[in-house]
Design a protein around this ligand. Structure first.
Ligand code: ATP
Ligand code: MG
Length: 605
């Protein structure tokens, strides 16, 4: 397999799942399992040899929306454990619910799991499955339960069923249909299948215990009638299995050893075990049966990870589509410039725990910056440009002179080639690198002045990074008093890298881009989408705390090296942060960059 390498230098954090799997493998818990080369029942697997996969896990998304950072957590956990223990992780589309599922989502999910760096090939075959391909086996399982007296067709109304289920303090009461014979139930169930009954008129239920403490064991529904077109099986079925019935069977047919799910399914585990035990006892399923293990859901500060709410953000146009760089969808994060390695590192660092966890956004942001720091080439960019005119340039060098300058592409990677750009008579600088009346401690450009007491302060000197030292002489303004240009004179013999260039000491260094060779660029500056770390705290509607300035688009200038830059590249714009070419809007020659994140953690509270 060519999975991402286990995370390079640092040891993997232990978690309860790792510990458990290690022990089970030592004890040979799964050693008896056979693998028939594809998913199937006990008879099918008996035709194969010992399962070459030491463990089998699965990531089972419902193809009804786009994957988000919470799913990434589950993906990395499942695929990572499979990789680390010599097994395989199946990608399974849990598409047993007709109506809601669409091919668009299937394609998008495949793309994002691959983007994260995972794949489902093992022993020369792909382990990508669709739960809807198991409808026949699920149907067969239902008939088996009926024959064994463990399932019955209930014709009570939905309300009556709800009422007779009882609650935490009251046991349920038996349905009047509970005593039917297996033969009667079988006939009825086949009528359901054959379309002889109306939608919702009856359901197939397991016959377990209406007084069970766990309400999920009070004869849960297994099959319902629903005339709906299914994306894979078309109109072949008018009955569909319930998720709680379908999922354990999917796991068992696929020989899953560890069925990981989030904590809200904990109460379903007894039914999961009950069902598989019955079907194994009936000889349909191979033993040992899969086991369900729950882990805590990931919640991230400033982020919402519910498909339904993300859909609302998209539909109500608070953001521009599922891949909006402000969304925690994987498509959005990729467009924002997140690296797959950073997402994997984040998933690994946040481990697997037995409680739902809130993780501070700075953990994700830190993983991202740690990954980008070592690789992103450095460049200068001016985000809020104002021209700086070098008033003595013509006199010193001649009006048309351009002084060639260069700088390392990366401070720790001298093997990378230097970047080249020119210093000319006018350069772009940041508007806030000039202050007409500087605050205390401001070391960048300010003009000479005389205060009320007659004390005169000279204009301040700064270094144009990788260029020369300049001394501010004043500024130009328009009729409204807005500054239209900053003025400075160049100090001769101060060019960076030349002998004696540091003879003039300065306290500030500013970044700049030449007016003659700077490249105009559109810069999308993103900020958090919500103003509150827990947008829904106390039952608040997340719409109330949408950050109105989560996206700012500005026109800036970047170094000439980026004039024809191709797509999918990340840079550090010195002093400003990390930027990526936008996947959709960027064109070589007309660059569009998204700010991925700032240089320092802006998320700490
Ligand atoms: P959502 O609530 O966003 O609709 P889901 O749980 O319904 O998510 P599925 O597509 O049904 O999404 O789930 C795929 C897998 O991803 C499941 O195993 C689910 O438990 C897991 N998963 C979803 N959200 C998270 C999360 N925030 N943290 C960890 N795992 C998650
Ligand atoms: Mg769900």
């Amino acid at each position: 397999m060519s999975h991402p390498e286990p995370h390079d230098a640092h040891p993997k954090p232990a978690n309860f799942l790792r510990t458990l799997i290690e022990r089970e493998l030592q004890d040979g818990v799964f050693a008896q399992r056979r693998w028939g080369g594809s998913p199937g029942d006990a008879a099918h697997h008996a035709t194969g040899g010992a399962d070459p996969a030491r463990v089998r896990l699965r990531f089972p998304p419902e193809p009804n929306g786009y994957l988000h950072i919470g799913h990434a957590k589950s993906i990395c956990l499942n695929f990572g454990l499979a990789r680390d223990f010599g097994g395989v992780c199946h990608l399974r589309f849990d598409d047993t619910n007709p109506e809601k599922e669409e091919q668009e989502y299937v394609d998008a999910i495949i793309e994002m799991v691959q983007w994260l760096g995972w794949q489902w090939d093992f022993n020369g075959s792909a382990h990508l499955f669709y739960a809807s391909n198991y409808f026949d086996q699920m149907y067969h399982a239902a008939e088996l339960l009926i024959e064994r007296g463990q399932a019955y067709v209930d014709e009570q109304t939905a309300e009556a069923m709800r009422a007779s289920r009882g609650d935490f303090t009251t046991p349920g009461t038996d349905s009047p249909w509970r005593g039917r014979s297996p033969a009667e139930n079988l006939a009825r169930f086949r009528e359901m299948r054959d379309g002889l009954h109306a939608d919702g008129s009856m359901v197939l239920r397991a016959k377990i215990d209406m007084a069970a403490n766990n309400i999920n064991l009070r004869d849960p529904a297994l099959y319902r009638i629903k005339r709906a077109h299914h994306h894979n099986t078309g109109d072949r079925w008018c009955i569909y299995p319930m998720y709680t019935f379908a999922h354990p069977i999917e796991d068992a047919l696929e020989n899953i050893t560890h069925s990981l799910c989030t904590l809200e399914f904990e109460d379903q585990r007894p039914f999961y075990d009950w069902l598989l035990e019955q079907l194994a006892a009936a000889g349909m399923l191979q033993r040992p049966c899969p086991k369900q293990h729950e882990f805590g859901r990931l919640n991230l500060s400033y982020v919402i990870t519910s498909k339904r709410k993300l859909r609302a953000l998209v539909d109500e146009q608070h953001v521009n589509g599922w891949d909006d760089p402000r969304l925690p969808t994987l498509a959005g994060m990729r467009r924002r410039g997140y690296t797959a390695a950073a997402v994997r590192k984040f998933a690994e660092d946040t481990g697997a725990s037995k409680t739902n966890i809130w993780v501070d956004y700075s953990v994700l942001d830190g993983a991202l910056r740690a990954d980008l720091e070592g690789q992103a080439p450095r460049l200068m960019a001016v985000i809020d440009p104002v021209p700086l005119k070098l008033v003595n340039w013509a006199e010193l060098f001649g009006a048309g002179h351009i002084e060639p300058c260069s700088a390392p592409a990366h401070p720790q990677r001298p093997e990378l080639s230097q970047r080249q750009f020119g210093l000319g008579p006018t350069v772009w600088i940041e508007r806030d690198d000039f202050a007409e009346l500087p605050a205390k401690g401001f070391f960048r450009l300010f003009p000479p002045r005389n205060d009320a007491a007659g004390v005169s302060t000279p204009g301040n000197k700064v270094r144009l990074k990788y260029g020369m030292v300049v001394e501010c002489t004043g500024c130009e303004k328009d009729a409204d008093g807005r500054i239209t240009a900053v003025l400075a004179s160049v100090l001769p013999d101060t060019k960076s890298g030349t002998p004696g260039s540091d003879a003039v000491k300065v306290k500030g260094t500013i970044t700049w881009v030449g007016v003659h060779d700077g490249v105009a660029a559109t810069l999308n500056l993103y900020d958090r989408l919500f103003t509150e770390p827990q947008p829904e705290a106390g039952g608040r509607d997340f719409r109330e705390v949408i950050n109105p300035t989560s996206k700012t688009v500005v026109s800036g200038f970047v170094e000439p090296a980026l004039a024809t830059v191709a797509g999918d590249q990340r840079f550090q714009f010195e002093r400003h942060g990390y930027f990526v070419t936008d996947r959709i809007d960027h064109r070589p020659g007309a660059p569009v960059f998204n700010r991925i994140t700032a240089l320092r953690d802006g998320w700490v509270k």
